[in-house]
Design a protein around this ligand. Structure first.
Ligand code: 8YV
Length: 322
């Protein structure tokens, strides 16, 4: 029997091609001299997409009339139009769960770096300035403060557990209140006003675009620290640059950016921002686990007709040709 043909639009963690090698045929599209010609010739035979970071919308899927599943690497799938996929009967899967602890660790590390100016302090030592005088005392301390979590999902809860160990109280804003012990705020502005630290863990996409705007930053206030480990699009970056320059907030720690890997020039100018190159889940074991889950979703779909971790928009889809 012919092996299912998988389209891989761009390079992925090695665990994906390794895991697909035996049971699947894979088109490595980014290596093709003429990708459009490859799609023209073989597009109708493609039954699955293994996707790293390529944007996939309805028009993309229409070039692959027999595609059944898009197995996406990462928990966030804002680059994939999952509604357009569902309308075409195409299942989308992501990789939730396996990266929660890693991203939560990064979030706490970034918070410490930002509040205690750790990267700036290290640069101070390396520049030989410690011999002149000690590094200045930092204004922010963490213990006893309140962290407002925007998006209390699995990663948000992992961050909340860590925050508790730091003596930080937790509050949150979601669209709906959850059955948890943390204080719930029905609006983001109210959450920001009640928080010393605003921790963004909400998914990206049109619905959350620029949710953190000038009004939210003003509510966070001049002792406030903004941390974003979710998607850059959630923050209005121009408003954030203004807030950092005018000291409307104290500082920001960002692992994600609206046009990454391009960085808003204003963010590079200010010294009260710590900027990381989207390393939230970036360890070899965690990225391997994410890749294995991509493969397991494809295997489960073609062997048993069910995905393991479908996204919400695909929850009702089942394989029709079994
Ligand atoms: C990865 C992420 O950096 O899972 C996500 O949504 O943002 C990160 O874990 C990304 O998926 C890598 O391509």
């Amino acid at each position: 029997m012919a092996r299912p043909l998988v389209l891989m639009p761009g390079p992925m963690n090695r665990s994906v091609p390794d895991g697909l090698a035996d049971g699947f045929e894979v088109i490595r599209l980014w290596e093709a001299d003429d990708p459009a010609a490859v799609l023209e010739e073989r597009g109708k035979d493609v039954v699955a997409i293994a996707n790293g970071g390529t944007a996939i919308d309805g028009a993309y899927l229409d070039r692959l009339p027999n595609v059944q599943i898009v197995a996406s690497f990462g928990v966030g799938y804002d680059k994939i139009d999952a509604v357009a996929a569902a309308e075409r009967g195409v299942v989308v899967t992501n990789t939730p769960g396996v990266l929660d602890d890693e991203v939560a660790d990064t979030a706490m590390g970034l918070l410490l770096m930002t509040a205690r100016e750790l990267s700036s302090a290290e640069r101070y030592l390396r520049d030989g300035r410690w011999t002149e005088r000690p590094y200045p005392l930092t204004p922010a301390t963490l213990s006893g403060r309140t962290m407002g979590i925007l998006g209390l999902g699995r990663i948000g809860e992992a961050i909340a557990h860590r925050a508790a160990a730091f003596g930080i109280s937790v509050a949150y804003h979601n669209r709906h209140r959850k059955d948890v012990a943390y204080d719930y705020y029905p609006t983001l502005v109210e959450l920001a006003a009640a928080s010393d630290i605003l921790m963004i863990v909400i998914p990206g996409g049109a619905e959350t675009k620029h949710l953190v705007d000038a009004e939210v930053l003003a509510a966070l206030g001049r002792d406030g620290i903004l941390i974003n480990v979710a998607r850059g699009t959630v923050v209005d970056e121009s408003a954030l640059v203004d807030a950092l320059k005018s000291k409307t907030i104290l500082s920001a720690g960002l692992d994600v950016f609206e046009h990454e890997p391009e960085i808003h020039p204003g963010l590079l100018e200010v010294d009260n921002a710590v900027l990381l190159p989207h390393v939230g889940s970036g360890t070899i074991p965690t990225r391997d686990a994410m890749g294995r889950l991509v493969v397991e979703n494809l295997v489960s779909w073609f062997d048993h007709g069910v995905p393991i971790t479908p996204v919400q928009e695909s929850a009702d889809l089942v394989r029709k040709d079994l």
